[in-house]
Design a protein. Structure first.
Length: 116
């Protein structure tokens, strides 16, 4: 439909971006190599400067200064990203997501089979 062909607003961009970031976490190795860890750090650093919602990017950079990115393993990065997303949720008055469920949401699918 025509509406889907419009340029993304901050909300649509955000939803798509979180999908990409959490899916990167879901596919990140449990025991990443030095190169994989370094690539993820570089990607997130560049991402935080290029994200085309400038207030979002500024706040996110400030967040990363306080709570430094963890890239040591899939779970470390997935939990770090979940906390970072929750910080944005809180700022926007959205409900906090239960981070113990991040892999069900983004990697394995819900235990009740909702994503089958
Ligand atoms: P989203 O927040 O986009 O979440 C998508 C889905 O992810 C949810 O439906 C849920 O299933 C799941 N989810 C929710 N929380 C978590 C979590 N903690 N961990 C794992 N999964 C989760 N918007 C602004 O207006 N101002 C900002 O300053 C701002 N900063 C942003 C910074 C970044 C880095 C990004 C990527 C986005 C930012 N956004 C900002 C956009 C905002 O976060 C939302 O994406 C947008 O408001 C749409 O929200 P939504 O309710 O559809 O769900």
């Amino acid at each position: 439909e025509a509406a889907n062909d419009c340029p993304p607003d901050v909300e649509a961009l955000g939803r798509s971006t979180w999908t990409l970031l959490h899916t990167i976490a879901a596919n990140y190795p449990k025991t990443p190599s030095y190169t994989e860890q370094s690539d993820l750090k570089t990607f997130m650093g560049v991402f935080s400067r290029l994200y085309p919602c400038w207030v979002c990017a500024e706040d996110f950079q400030r967040y990363v200064e306080k709570d430094q990115i963890r890239v040591d393993s899939r779970n470390e990065f997935g939990m770090w990203l979940c906390k970072a997303h929750n910080a944005v949720n809180t700022k926007l008055g959205k409900p906090v997501f239960d981070c113990s469920k991040w892999e069900e949401r983004w990697r394995t699918g819900w235990k009740d089979g909702r994503c089958d």
